[in-house]
Design a protein around this ligand. Sequence first.
Ligand SMILES: [Zn+2]
Length: 452
Amino acid sequence: MLTKTPLDPWIYSKISGRVGMAGRLTRMMIESYQLHQLKATLALAAEKSPFYRRLLAGLALDKIGSLKDLRNIPFTTAADIKANSMGMLCVSQSEINRVVTLSSTGTTGRPKRVFFTTTDQELTRDFFRCGMSTLVQPGDRVLILLPGEVPGSVGHLLAEGLQRMGVHAVPHGIVQDARKTLEVMEREGINALVGIPTQVLALARFGPPGQNNYGLNVKNMLLSTDNLPRAIIAAIEKAWKCRVYNHYGMTEMGLGGGIECRARTGLHLREADLYFEIINPDSGENLPDGEEGELVFTTLTRQGMPLIRYRTGDLASFIPGPCPCGTVLKRLTRVRDRIRGRVPLGGGGYLSMSMLDEALFAVDGVINFKAAIGAALGPDRLSIEVQLAHWAGREVLDLISKSILSISVIVKNVHQGYLTLAPIQVDRSAALWPPAKRYIQAGDGCVPRTHF
Ligand SMILES: [Zn+2]
């Protein structure tokens, strides 16, 4: 019998206000609570924030009688945060405890600034405590491979959440030298970790296959990102004989969004703090469960800077039917691609980073790669630079080439003369590349296409 996600009793307790009391959560309970919180959030935003007062002007907020009525409320976007972050505040600046500045991946535009009060941060800490209890228990020793030096940063809040449940948190930060991090794991007796997929892959592939014993005490880990390739999960689980869980979240969500339960068949979401929708990115219409579209969320409990129908730019779908763990909470598919991350090819079809991820990370010895595509003249050219484990030989390059040519849209476009493949570049430096949003970049000398 599978253990039910710990989010279920946690959300029951938050909704019912009966802390620590067991009870049966129902969809009706969740939805009536969400409607109540949505109306409170809209009222707060319209009253306190100049940006939302303009956005919501003329809308009959008091007529909202069901979650469906939210469909009449306009969306907000990353561009709104860039242009109006101060105007979105619903508290005075003195009540803001943490500001996160997110630099833009594009070439233009201001950074995004996201504001949190002390209460907002407590909600995140509490979610981390609850979510992590899926995979760790009191007495475990968890290495945190996320930025965590500054109070309020993701690693710091996670460490605080873990300490509350009697788990020993070992803050580490981003991995730069795999050997040093593996030595820390050995010295600290680490048996669980939280990190970024490519970074943990570099640890798991540090030694040749079958000879990397450093991580063998790790039983469970949580990997968090926009895409967690199946090939990375398989490689890590094989090397370390552990279980990999997926978390999805973004700063705008209050860092945490959803986490897999022990069934690992989709992400359960923070439904007491966030209301999620899936929309058709072109029409803005809501899509039924099972159909992939853009993930949109509304904060239900955020005080400092509520976000209303915020378009994440990420693609996902709700999984129809109940989870094997027995909860009534929804399940979201893994988020693999961003809408703007799909590059159309001249001969038809599109290429995305997640397709390349599955092909390249399946090759043992690959620890990271960058991809660029574009053409100043003539057919598109796909360039790939890989970072290889120190033990990987030239034969790995042949395997990579073969693996790239297993992607049908690439084969089709190469055969039709719309795509060429540049020789693979190799970086063998021991220092890991700093983690960054991974997407297909515009090739040298190319005009970035609209979707970049
Ligand atoms: Zn479940």
